[in-house]
Design a protein around this ligand. Structure first.
Ligand code: DGJ
Length: 732
């Protein structure tokens, strides 16, 4: 099947996936005009959607002569330049050597290839010639000879299209890129809602849905990371779109640094979305022959609501973005000592926790912050990646040997991008941090960003960490990052390249992570940035899971995990049972409920196992057994959001359905109990209507249709925050 075609006569490019279609056309004056993205429309080329009108104050190309109807100010484009009569938000801005900034992008040629394109030093989806096909369209600016190669890969079976731009200076003179978006999407209407995921530390990815309005709105991060505050995943959808019905488009930027997604509704009710690296404090100088590649945007369209859109992203990430061998094999269930001890531990305490972990059936012990240098508080020690033998007497290797001896795996916490002023590393290399000359540095959590744009800095840090990993045979790494990037200036770059620091920082992170995953192919790698401050598709290329939030409160987690699930698979969300009253909120929720919520992710415990009561220990053993039985649903099943925690005051429910529909699990929390209660019916989804399913606990048998259409009653509550769990299996 030809998934990408070019019609020589009409000059229309058509990109197809199993259920979607994308079209663009080379039009008058070699402009590249966007025609359509959405449901499959058969063999029609949607050229009829382009209507040219004379619009006042919308400039016309010089070549158009007296024809005032052809204006780039209102025509939908694929990748807009600057200085060509289009005053909307644009994709590319440059500064030429003479100070001028126009860039008029015109079509040059195209290439279709089997398989997926890749980007140098950047994360991206991968796919062989059976999975993906790539179209490269080259646009060029005649005067500067700057070329823009627009890259499109289609993943037909996944209903995914990816985009990126490769910018190449083929001119004689230097060009400075001031803004280079990864993609642009022009819609000829505005009646859409924007769904996005905002938040803050410990309350990441809250969900907000708002109608688009005239003017520009943006979702962005200038913090050097993708951030807790906004997430580089957004959805545009019809006003009526719900979980089950309606049109929606998802855009995910596979990038972990500054980003911007801008959306403009223009004077003629059209909508333009651009997404890519944030232009703030960004520029990139291209000498003759140099190339700059933007990060990738992963796009999907669903005509069947937001639930289906999420499934598309979940499946795509699981099969063609996440590379870990743990993607398809069970993840060790862990205990992490952070909330159990914080910095106050010694080797005996740690080993006692490990022993308790073994007793209740856990698979791995994770040693969090505080094991290295003089790290007794969060004010010091970062950068000194050798064991603190005052705390871990006898050395780490000996402790790890004992933990391995229990039959447990061993994991460890690191924060490689950082340094404390009170550290040997800083005392030795005070010039290795990002620092603006002559100015005080801004601190955050008393720490500084290392200048990891520098190779010698990266190599030094990773060298230390590799030594520990080799000596201790580490099975799992938690890579943390606990401040935003600031003091943005690199001592080794010339003035005219300081606009590259933010991006080079991200490339440095990716290079370090790539070294880690190449060197230790069996490692389980978890990302983290003060919880979920870097929860993005870029990070998933390196690690199959990310610590979802520093907030372990099961009730707050309902919102956090709900919001995260729109764009990311639940198997990527680190989720732990912690103690009560919860350390972040002071709230108390039943142990079982904490287990149900943490089981909707990569499961683990983060509390002092020595302090568990006998009853809690038994419950923990049961939770661990239960998780092992359901883990395949978390890892490979379809995930449904059955209720919205931002709207539903009574209960929050979700569901896992195995791909063959033979096994279904509905889980959740009843938030509050009432006297003389209502009966709440819940309606599972995704089952086979005609087959029969048995409720594993009660033995009752229902048709799939009965469960999905007639519903099943929630158990009557026994108090607030009660757990819900139904397990159905197909019986015929
Ligand atoms: C922030 C992380 O999200 C926590 O889980 C913990 O690892 C601390 N950092 C340690 O400093």
């Amino acid at each position: 099947m030809k998934w990408i075609t070019y019609n020589e006569r009409t000059r229309v490019f058509t990109l197809r996936t199993r259920n979607t279609m994308y079209q663009m056309q080379v039009r008058e004056y070699e402009t590249l005009i966007h025609l359509y993205y959405g449901a499959d429309i058969g063999d029609t080329e949607a050229t009829h959607r382009i209507v040219c009108l004379d619009r006042g104050f919308s400039g016309n190309l010089y070549e158009a002569g007296d024809d005032r109807t052809f204006s780039l100010d209102v025509l939908p484009q694929e990748y807009s330049g600057y200085g060509n009569g289009d005053y909307r938000i644009n994709s590319l801005e440059v500064e030429h050597e003479d100070g001028s900034d126009a860039v008029h992008l015109r079509y040059e040629d195209y290439k279709i290839q089997e398989g997926k394109y890749s980007l140098t030093g950047l994360p991206a989806m991968f796919g062989d010639e059976n999975e993906a096909q790539t179209l490269e369209i080259t646009l060029y600016d005649r005067i500067s000879n700057l070329k823009v190669h627009l890259l499109y890969s289609v993943f037909p079976e996944l209903d995914i299209i990816t985009r990126a731009a490769r910018i190449e200076n083929q001119g004689e003179k230097q060009v400075k890129i001031q803004r280079a978006m990864s993609m642009e999407m022009d819609y000829t209407h505005k009646h859409m809602d924007l769904v996005h995921f905002y938040g803050r530390h410990a309350m990441e990815r809250m969900t907000e849905r708002q109608p688009l309005h005239h003017g520009v709105q943006s979702i962005e991060s200038k913090r050097g990371t993708s951030s807790h505050q906004h997430n580089p995943f957004v959805i545009l959808c019809d006003r009526m779109t719900s979980e089950k019905y309606g049109d929606c488009y998802g855009f995910a930027l596979a990038y972990s640094g500054n980003f911007r997604c801008e959306i403009e509704v223009d004077q003629t009710e059209q909508t333009r979305l651009v997404m890519g690296i944030h232009p703030y404090h960004f520029s990139y100088r291209l000498e003759k022959g140099d190339v700059f590649e933007t990060p990738e945007v992963i796009m999907a369209y669903s005509g069947d609501g937001l639930g289906r859109l999420s499934h598309i992203f979940h499946d795509a990430y699981r099969s063609n973005l996440i590379r870990s061998k743990y993607m398809d094999s069970p993840r060790p269930i862990l205990v992490n000592n952070w909330e159990a001890t914080y910095f106050d531990f010694d080797e005996e305490k740690l080993f006692r926790i490990a022993e308790r972990a073994k007793e209740i059936g856990l698979d791995m012990f994770v040693l969090d912050d505080g094991w290295f240098g003089n790290r007794d508080t969060d004010t010091k020690g970062l950068g000194d990646w050798y064991v603190n033998e005052n705390k871990i007497r006898g050395g780490l290797a000996k402790l790890v040997e004992k933990i391995h001896g229990l039959g447990l795996k061993f994991g460890i916490w690191i924060e490689p991008e950082m340094v404390s002023e009170d550290s040997d590393l800083y005392r030795e290399h005070p010039d290795w941090v990002l620092r603006i000359p002559q100015r005080h540095m801004n601190l955050s959590r008393s720490q500084l960003n290392l200048d990891i744009t520098r190779k010698e800095v990266r190599d030094h840090v990773m060298g230390q960490i590799f030594k520990v990993m080799d000596e201790c045979k580490v099975d799992y790494i938690k890579w943390d990052m606990n401040r935003s990037v600031d003091n943005v200036y690199s001592a080794v770059l010339p003035a005219e390249r300081q606009g590259e620091v933010f991006h080079r920082y991200v490339l440095g992170v990716y290079e370090m992570m790539e070294q880690l995953v190449q060197r230790y192919p069996d490692l389980l790698f978890e990302n983290c940035s003060g919880g979920g401050g870097r929860f993005d598709a870029g990070m998933l290329y390196y690690s199959p899971q990310i610590w979802c939030s520093d907030n372990t409160d099961a009730i707050d987690r309902l919102k956090i995990q709900y919001g995260t699930s729109f764009g990311y698979p639940v198997s990527a969300m680190g989720a732990h049972v912690s103690t009560c009253p919860n350390h972040q909120t002071g709230r108390t929720a039943p142990f079982e409920t904490r287990g149900v919520v943490a089981s909707a992710g990569t499961f683990g415990y983060e509390l002092d196992l020595e302090k568990l009561t006998e009853e809690e220990k038994e419950m923990a053993k049961e939770q661990i057994r239960a998780y092992k039985k359901m883990e395949h649903l978390v890892q490979t099943g379809d995930y449904y959001r059955l209720s919205d925690p931002f709207k539903n005051q009574d209960h929050v429910l979700w569901e896992f359905v195995s791909k063959d529909k033979k096994e279904v699990m509905v889980c959740g929390v009843q938030l509050r109990n009432e006297a003389n209660p209502h009966i709440h019916l819940i309606y599972p989804e995704g089952m086979d209507e005609k087959r029969h399913y048995q409720d594993v606990e009660t033995g009752a048998v229902y048709t799939g249709a009965a469960l999905m259409k007639a519903g099943v009653a929630l158990p009557l509550g026994k108090g607030d925050y009660q757990p819900v769990r139904f397990h159905f299996v197909m019986v015929d």
